[in-house]
Write a protein that binds this ligand. Structure first.
Ligand code: AMP
Ligand code: ZN
Length: 458
């Protein structure tokens, strides 16, 4: 696109950073695996939400907002949800308990994402709304010899796909070394994974050619991405832990069902947010929820503004691990406190910020360029550049009376300039500068007269 930066993205499929070429520039399509709604999201889960929101903003800037489709799903059928429902609502019938868990968790997730300054994805499909699409893919896989029924399940036959494992670069034997043979006795090979499994009477289930059952996790994303983005689309994202098995298996299902060479052209994975060198996760028990960080005093004994968390996340490149700490949040907060503007107006973003982001989302360089702009640049350009990162600079509060008094001194200076009394005019400029008020001279395009605007510099 004319005047736009060359976008380069690192692709996990090829392990290379290459030029991004959309399949259709009129409709650039991105899918990101969303949450399984059984529990509140932790700040590790916030990382992909924020990282791919920045990519969404960049794509909208480069290709036009109406030319980008971003789908992020909600996984609302999963055995973890069933277990949580039984634990939290023992008195309710299971289907009602499940609805209570998923509705509450989904609402909290959407609140969290909004608080973190993320734009709504174009579509946010729920898995339970695409069950017929999942059944259709499974039928295709069976018809083409890529899936089989055994032990109350429909399984994907990993041996039926010549290049299974290409994303994670594992070969089948490596994948199977750790598999538990006894449990998997009904499988043709231990790496085969569930597409569909039968439900007991109380478990959630849908009618299918293989009996009343429910989908496996991986098939959900194959169905929703096809439904909303097509058989082959541009970008598929998620955290590093999703490469294997989740994304590997999505690829296997989609490519084998559709007979395509790729499912998505570019696969992007964010690194882990860690605590003392260990991945933050539910199972490790070392997690802080987004809700807790923003609304309680769990972390560092205080609440943190959402924008501080967002910036703290972007101060590291998305593929690097983040060691999360109070110090990092404080650093982000210090930086943000210096980023206030009086009246932003609208402008094009700064090329340095844009080019940094276009280089595989180099948010570290983008934040540095933004900081340089905050100190010396134009407020409107600063605000437009910050918006690419989803950061909204605070409006500096200036008391009305103070603002009127500054306006009067700025007008007095203009009169002095008209009268060619440059010495007195400069004195006013210098006094204002000493008070932290910076003047900017320009011309009114209509009248050609000199106009002066001012802003508060910190
Ligand atoms: P999960 O709920 O575990 O399926 O995770 C939802 C999303 O968050 C996935 O894209 C994960 O890869 C990502 N994720 C989970 N834990 C972390 C972490 N500690 N750091 C970064 N991303 C994570
Ligand atoms: Zn997925």
């Amino acid at each position: 696109m004319a005047g736009q930066p060359e976008l380069k993205l690192y692709n996990t499929l090829t392990r290379e950073k290459t030029d991004f070429v959309p399949i259709d520039p009129q409709n650039v399509r991105m899918y990101v695996c969303g949450p399984t709604v059984y529990d509140f999201a932790h700040i590790g889960n916030a990382r992909p939400i924020i990282v791919f929101d920045v990519l969404f903003r960049l794509l909208r800037h480069v290709y036009g907002a109406e030319h980008v489709t971003y789908a992020r799903n909600i996984t609302d059928v999963d055995d973890k949800i069933n277990a949580r429902a039984l634990r939290d609502y023992p008195g309710l019938p299971l289907n009602e308990a499940i609805r209570a868990v998923t509705e509450k968790t989904e609402k909290q997730f959407l609140d969290d994402a909004k608080m973190l300054g993320c734009l709504d994805p174009t579509v946010q499909p729920r898995a339970t709304d695409s069950i017929p699409q999942m059944i259709e893919i499974i039928e295709k896989l069976i018809a083409k010899g890529h899936a089989y029924q055994a032990g109350g399940e429909v399984l994907f036959d990993t041996r039926s796909m010549a290049d299974y494992g290409a994303l994670s670069k594992r070969n089948l034997d490596e994948q199977q070394a750790g598999a538990r043979i006894a449990v998997d006795a009904h499988k043709k090979s231990p790496g085969d994974f569930v597409l569909w499994k039968l439900s007991t009477e109380i478990e959630p289930g849908w009618e299918s050619p293989w009996g009343r059952g429910r989908p496996g996790w991986h098939i959900e994303c194959s169905a929703m991405s096809e439904r909303y983005l097509g058989e082959v689309f541009d970008i598929h994202g998620g955290g590093l832990d999703l490469i294997f098995p989740h994304h590997e298996n999505e690829i296997a299902q989609s490519r084998c069902a559709h007979g395509t060479d790729v499912m998505a052209n570019v696969w992007m994975h964010n690194g882990f947010l860690q605590v003392e060198g260990r991945k933050m996760s539910k199972s490790e028990g070392n997690f802080v929820t987004i809700y807790e960080l923003l609304h309680t005093e769990t972390f560092g004994g205080r609440q943190w503004p959402a924008e501080v968390l967002r910036l703290a996340m972007l101060m590291t490149h998305y593929r690097e691990p983040i060691d999360f700490s109070v110090k990092r949040l404080e650093e982000a907060e210090r930086l943000l406190s210096k980023w206030s503007v009086v009246d932003a107006g609208t402008a094009a973003p700064d090329p340095a910020v844009l080019n940094a982001l276009a280089d595989d989302l180099n948010t570290v360089a983008a934040v540095q360029a933004l900081h340089a702009l905050a100190q010396s640049g134009d407020a409107a350009v600063f605000a437009a550049s910050a918006a690419l990162l989803g950061i909204q600079p605070k409006k500096t509060e200036v008391d009305e009376a103070v603002a009127a008094e500054i306006d009067a001194r700025v007008r007095a200076r203009l009169e002095l300039l008209k009268a060619k009394n440059f010495a007195e005019a400069d004195k006013i400029r210098e006094t204002l500068a000493a008070e932290g008020i910076q003047l900017k001279d320009g011309k009114d395009p209509a009248t050609g007269e000199r106009v002066t605007t001012w802003e508060v510099k910190r």
